[in-house]
Design a protein around this ligand. Structure first.
Ligand SMILES: C[S@@+](CC[C@H](N)C(=O)[O-])C[C@H]1O[C@@H](n2cnc3c(N)ncnc32)[C@H](O)[C@@H]1O
Length: 452
């Protein structure tokens, strides 16, 4: 390693991008991660941090620009921590994600020649998010709202956002304006004072909105007026919920909530099927891409109508209910009791009676299927991936097909390696659920090597 020092200035060429989309510059083989550098670009760089295996730097001056660089349409892109690839042409973002996924599957999962079929991008990669969480705070005597600056809790005021729905931005700005008019203070993380902590805004495909006001206290002056004015201005708001969070923590939602106006849930339509979700339910945040994801799950499950299927990690039952239309019987397993209640309601809403939901941990509940042969299992775990014990049970039961949906390629790679002695990775599809960020969703089809 070169004896690199903090504040040292160097000139370097970007040779790669790391998994967060930062440029990689090498000095005597030692990597320096630099924001805002693309492959082939040369820049003067200031070293900001030196660690054992890598350093971090910032660009002082670009000496050339990549032909793949574009001017980000967002005026606060460089400061905001929301997006990190907006300076790269969209088609190159997709290439980058595919390359990253392949490298990660190889490096962590030791999987060679991964059959990645394609990466499915968006035609219009803007205004796609149907869920946003906007922090509120105080700046001197004013209530403000916006997004956190990169690696900090300092708020950049919300003016525009090109990835969330336009109306969500308008709603948040109006709540901020009303908070100032009605003297409702934003929450101060440092001293725990103030009222309004976050505003969550969710919408469905028909642009009906749910607004959640996360507050430190249940009662505060101006609450009723705020809600009345809000729903009067935006008829698209069908639900206003108050969530109370008294804790001094980074966790956004508290345990208690109440409906302040309208209904307590929204109904969305995905793949011609209706799903209800409440303010705290897991529900995919990019509607168009979710349909593409779910259609690929159905294709990989390859159901003929005779199969018994498990939808592990089923959330409010979305994938399971779609599978049930093509299977003999589906069992959904989900750890969150409220999500299971919603999943049962969703099955009723769609008149599906060949699906059952079980509340519990997938890795425990699957062991109880001693007298039922399972043909196909769909796994859609949170970022941390599956428990090894769940994979071992799947292997022991010799389930014929596994469809693994993942929002974290690193844990997917780890888990696929555990599967690999008994299962063959037949195909992988990548779905760009979060354009302009370095995140990517994967769906994989695995078949049992024994073929039974
Ligand atoms: C990525 S979400 C997938 C939800 C659903 N498949 C969908 O597409 O909307 C993961 C879900 O797994 C649930 N979960 C987390 N750990 C679990 C476990 N050990 N067993 C069962 N469910 C779990 C979470 O509550 C969450 O609903």
């Amino acid at each position: 390693m070169k004896n690199m020092k903090m504040k040292e200035k160097i000139q370097g060429t970007c040779v790669d991008l790391n998994h967060q989309g930062m440029g990689v510059v090498k000095v005597d083989g030692f990597p320096i991660f630099v924001d805002d550098m693309l492959i082939g670009e040369v820049a003067e760089i200031k070293i900001e941090k030196v660690g054992k295996s890598y350093a971090q730097g910032t660009v002082l001056k670009h000496l050339n620009y990549s032909t793949w660089r574009v001017r980000p349409i967002c005026p606060v892109y460089e400061e905001c921590g929301g997006c990190n690839l907006m300076h790269l042409k969209y088609e190159k973002q997709l290439e980058f994600k595919k390359k990253m996924a392949m490298e990660t599957l190889k490096r962590i999962g030791h999987l060679e020649n991964i059959p990645i079929r394609e990466i499915i991008g968006m035609e219009e990669p803007y205004y796609y998010r149907n869920k946003v969480q906007i922090p509120f705070s105080m700046d001197t005597n004013q209530t403000i709202c916006g997004f956190y600056k990169k690696k900090s809790h300092q708020i950049i005021r919300l003016e525009k956002c090109f990835i969330q729905s336009r109306l969500a931005t308008e709603i948040a700005k109006y709540i901020c304006q009303l908070a100032n008019e009605l003297i409702i203070p934003g929450y101060n993380e440092k001293d725990g004072r103030g009222i309004l902590r976050h505003v969550l805004i969710r919408n469905n495909v028909n642009y009906q909105y749910m607004v959640v006001l996360v507050t430190r206290e249940k009662n505060f002056a101006g609450k009723r007026e705020l809600v009345d004015k809000l729903v009067a201005k935006f008829p698209a708001i069908k639900s206003v919920i108050q969530n109370i969070n008294k804790e001094s923590t980074n966790v956004i939602l508290g345990k208690k909530s109440l409906v302040l106006n309208g209904i307590d849930q929204l109904t969305d339509t995905l793949c011609e099927t209706k799903f209800q979700f409440s303010y705290n339910s897991f529900f995919q945040t990019n509607h168009l891409q979710t349909e593409k994801l779910y259609n690929r799950v159905l294709e990989y499950a390859a159901l003929s109508g005779t199969e018994v299927v498990i939808d592990a990690y089923c959330g409010v039952g979305t994938i399971g209910i779609l599978l049930a239309k093509k299977a003999k019987k589906v069992y959904g397993i989900e750890i969150v009791a409220e999500a299971v209640t919603k999943a049962i309601d969703n099955a009723k809403l769609n008149k599906m009676n060949n699906i059952e939901f079980i509340c519990g941990k997938a890795e425990i509940e699957i062991e109880k299927f001693t007298n039922t042969a399972i043909d196909v299992i769909v796994l859609d775990p949170p970022r941390k991936g599956c428990e090894t014990s769940l994979i071992e049970v799947i292997k022991a039961k010799k389930i014929r097909r596994v469809v693994y949906v993942s929002c974290n390629v690193a844990t997917l790679a780890r888990d696929l390696e555990i599967f690999s002695c008994d299962y063959l990775v037949r195909e992988v599809t990548l779905i760009d659920m979060f354009p302009h960020t370095s995140e990517v969703e994967c769906v994989c089809k695995l078949t049992n090597r024994a073929g039974n």
